[in-house]
Design a binder for this molecule. Structure first.
Ligand SMILES: [Zn+2]
Ligand SMILES: [Zn+2]
Length: 448
């Protein structure tokens, strides 16, 4: 890179407009049809040729899919206008072939350089209508009741689009060159860690991988962490017990109580042993079953998750939970199905890459002032992140990966109905991402 790019005020405003547009039309995991089409339109207008949905991922490897009816409904809804936002272009929707997400290469003829991954899904949260909530006050609250960008992925998309715009401008003005390809991955279904696994082939063998998040362990505007440690590996699973209904008084012995089996399994999961080599977490977040007070329950199901750091703690908890469920089914004469609904690995950012990113961040300025007032090489997080699956793939292939945190003042915690971030983070993030990819895929001293 010859000189650090400067973010023009018009582009900074455009990035905010993009964020607000995505914020108004949120879609939950695997139903991001309108979002994918809109990203494709915007990237297409920049002269790029993205691959959409089934053009870039294997549909059958998706985990935790909503029911078929929900997918069809989301596709039908996506093509309709909503408020002043036009519907998705039907030709783009048909190219997706029922799957969401998007992949675009900035220099497709060149060897793999750096992947930048950005998540695109929203949450099933009903957004606050309070006047203290800025999206409500300023007219960009969700137009889809019950869905909300409550984790900042709307901001991630806007930042990534801004970074692409910046990189393309630098290239066309002859101010920077790419000696390697830059791949943007707009990943569906990050929430519930369901969307990264099908994208593994798209990062395999790449030398550098970047992802990031607004907020989390950097809850103030101006801070930046170039890498993270501490992400939990996690496995999400659904368990369904099939029993046999019977009269609760006249012939209970003829029944097989699925709800009792599920209750035993919930307690057994909470009683899983500790692990000496790390930390674990377990949660059974939802339990339902039975049909009425005086009927031996013929079915029950629950949704659970285990987490661990390092990976072996998660694997240990998952295997033990599965064994407990199977044993309890056997003891109670129940049928059982065990469905994996999401999975992410534990990964740490590479120290050398994080140090390089921190140096880039420290060198950036805006209006004569440092772009970031506080730069950390590593921050510790206590969540799971789907990107870890992709980071592990890159690291196992000999590449380096880092997960960055873009600090922002937050109005409320992530996933809350009044979550909101300081939009000043968007321009900072876009500039940082652009400089990072130009540095990693530029003509410098290449590592691999
Ligand atoms: Zn989230
Ligand atoms: Zn998130």
């Amino acid at each position: 890179m010859d000189a650090a790019p400067v973010l023009a005020p018009e582009l900074a405003c455009q990035i905010v407009r993009w964020r607000r547009e995505f914020h108004r039309r949120p879609e939950v995991g695997w139903t991001e049809f309108w979002t994918t089409a809109r990203l494709a339109e915007l990237l297409g207008a920049m002269g790029l040729s993205p691959r959409l949905g089934a053009e870039m991922l294997d549909k059958d490897s998706r985990m935790g899919l909503p029911p078929e009816a929900a997918l069809s409904q989301a596709m039908a809804e996506a093509v309709r206008p909503l408020g002043d936002l036009p519907g998705a272009r039907p030709d783009l929707l048909s190219r997706m072939d029922g799957a969401t997400g998007l992949c675009v290469d900035l220099a497709p003829d060149k060897a793999p350089g750096v992947v930048l991954r950005c998540d695109i899904d929203a949450l099933p949260v009903r957004e606050s209508q309070a006047s203290s909530h800025r999206p409500a006050r300023e007219g960009f609250r969700s137009l889809r009741e019950g869905a909300m960008h409550a984790c900042g992925h709307d901001g991630h998309m806007a930042m990534a689009l801004g970074a692409v715009r910046l990189v393309l401008d630098q290239l066309s003005q002859g101010r920077a060159r790419l000696s390697r390809n830059v791949r943007l991955l707009f990943q569906p279904a990050e929430e519930g860690v369901r969307g990264a696994m099908p994208l593994v082939p798209l990062v395999s063998g790449w030398p550098y991988f970047l992802a990031g998040h607004i907020g989390l362990a950097c809850p103030e505007t101006g801070s930046f962490a170039a890498g993270v440690t501490g992400a939990f590996a996690t496995a999400k699973f659904n368990v369904a017990f099939q029993g046999r209904e019977a009269h609760a008084a006249q012939a209970p012995e003829e029944g097989a109580d699925a709800l009792k089996g599920a209750c035993e399994a919930v307690l057994a999961i909470h009683a899983l042993p500790r692990h000496s080599r790390g930390e674990g977490r377990v949660c059974v977040g939802r339990l339902e079953g039975g049909s009425g007070r005086n009927v031996v329950p013929g079915f029950a199901r629950f949704e659970a998750e285990v987490r661990g750091r390092p990976q072996e703690v998660c694997d240990f908890l998952f295997e033990r939970a599965k064994a407990a469920v199977e044993g309890i089914a056997l003891a109670n004469g129940l049928g059982v199905s065990f469905e994996l609904a999401g999975q992410a690995g534990a990964a740490e950012s590479d120290g050398a890459l994080a140090a390089r990113l921190a140096r880039i961040a420290q060198g950036l300025s805006q209006d004569g002032r440092p772009l970031f007032s506080r730069v950390l090489e590593q921050a510790r997080i206590s969540v799971s992140e789907d990107a870890c699956t992709l980071m592990r793939e890159v690291q196992q292939g000999g590449g380096q990966a880092s997960y960055m945190l873009f600090g922002s003042d937050l109005a409320a915690g992530h996933h809350a109905p009044d979550f909101d971030f300081d939009e000043a983070v968007l321009a900072k993030g876009a500039l940082m991402l652009a400089c990072a990819v130009l540095d990693l895929a530029g003509p410098g001293d290449f590592r691999l």
